[in-house]
Write a protein that binds this ligand. Structure first.
Ligand code: SME
Length: 158
């Protein structure tokens, strides 16, 4: 199975296109959301080497930590709090070029310098968010948002 996980490309967009196809193949026969989330975090981290790649699930009025790759992280985030809680509240992706300049940022690792959070929709409800942290400032842009939003749609396809 691991032999089939092949991602190619030179530019970020090429890598994302290839990564999308690889994740589509990985998730197409699997209906378990945790299994799919676990493989998505591993695949994204392997290709881009981000500091932290992980999911938070909506559980009642909080986000609760799900599958992730990277340093240990805070387990619960209230709606509207931090980048993740705000993405959930606003129902939109948030790109933070410099976490030190984001009021209310929740720092799980002092190594994190920039961040992107993408909400996950299922039947028009937000069921969680994908959160990615980078050790570099300004690591994320609209290309990351475009492809990560497409990738999270693969979680529920099966
Ligand atoms: N920085 C996030 C918290 C989660 S960790 O980055 C893994 C936030 O502000 O919501």
């Amino acid at each position: 199975m691991t032999e089939s996980f092949l991602v190619t490309g030179t530019t970020k967009e090429e890598k994302y296109r290839s990564l999308y196809a690889a994740i589509a193949a990985l998730t197409q026969d699997e209906s378990d959301i945790i299994a799919n989330m676990a493989n998505v975090t591993a695949a994204v981290k392997e290709v881009f080497g981000f500091l932290w790649v992980g999911f938070y699930h909506v559980v009642e009025d909080e986000l609760v930590l799900g599958p992730f790759q990277g340093p240990v992280a805070c387990t619960r985030i209230k709606k509207g709090r931090g980048v993740c809680g705000l993405s959930w509240e606003k129902a939109e992706s948030i790109i933070v070029p410099d976490v030190d300049k984001f009021a209310g940022h929740i720092a799980c690792s002092s190594k994190s310098k920039s961040e992107i959070v993408v909400p996950i929709f299922c039947d028009n409800n937000i069921t969680g968010v994908l959160d990615i942290d980078s050790e570099d400032l300004n690591a994320f842009d609209e290309i990351d948002e475009k492809y990560l939003s497409q990738i999270v749609k693969l979680l529920y396809i099966s």
